[in-house]
Design a protein around this ligand. Sequence first.
Ligand code: ADP
Ligand code: MG
Length: 325
Amino acid sequence: PELINQIAAGEVIERPSSVVKELVENSLDAGASRIEVDIEAGGARLIRVRDDGGGIHVDELPLAVASHATSKIGSFDDLERVASMGFRGEALASVSSVSRFALTSRARDQDAFRIEVDGGKLQGARPAQHPPGTSVEVRDLFYNVPARRKFMRAERTEFAHIDDLLKSLALARGTVEFRLSHNGKPVRIWKAARDEQAALHRVAEVLGEEFPAHSLRIDYAMAGLHLSGWVGLPTASRAQADSQYFYVNGRLVRDRIVAHAVRQAYADVLFHGRHAAFVLYLELDPAGVDVNVHPAKQEVRFREQRLVHDFLFRTLHEALAQTRA
Ligand code: ADP
Ligand code: MG
């Protein structure tokens, strides 16, 4: 199973930021309101994610790192309407097979316990000190897979990937507090945003102060589809094109249909929208979208592509058109 897990890891765990993604998504699934990410040496030496979520009962700790063990999907039917970020039950098994791994957790009304996994070998649960919630420590990523370790880039580069990833997660969940540190130095502190004003403030912090001043608020629902967020007006700044975030049911998505609808709406009204920043949230019935397309989970497939496309196009078109009036 160790080799199988290492192979599975190759698919999902490409670099330190992929580990951070899986761990933070688990924290979000656990209902955390505060998530702390500590990184050392760009993640090559240490990735630690701490949360104040629901925690894991001691009996389930070994299951958490077992392959194909997930607590989030009860039946094949559930797979049709995934609401959680994770659902494959492979992430911790994969990560723990290619690192020196520790999981410490305290479930509600329970004591805290810790398990360690070294290159796939599990060491049983021992009592530990921990506030309610979970900490995962991943040390020496890929230490036992030299071919992978070789592919890690400079500390700065790997950390930049982690920072980018955390930005996208911080925008996805405005009501959660995020902290990020590198080599012991605090790099980001994003406090929980409780109202729309605060949410916009977080967007400004993450995207740069320029954004809100030149943006339009979007909030429109029709036929079971709800689009909200902010669209920036096109600028000459190329950097804005890097600030395009589209979420489907809280999940960052790069999708052809979406990209086309957004581009068309800008092009139609303002001639060029390539350098526009936007942060948009589409909510729809989970049954209307398949997130099970690829392990990296950035792709989705809409059941009714045409409907989604036209809804996005019309909503954005109308909003942008007002800026010319
Ligand atoms: P998945 O997220 O696809 O279920 P993972 O391998 O990422 O699979 O996690 C396995 C299981 O471990 C989860 O289903 C969950 O029950 C538990 N788990 C992992 N991380 C956390 C966390 N931070 N808080 C609570 N439970 C967690
Ligand atoms: Mg997961």
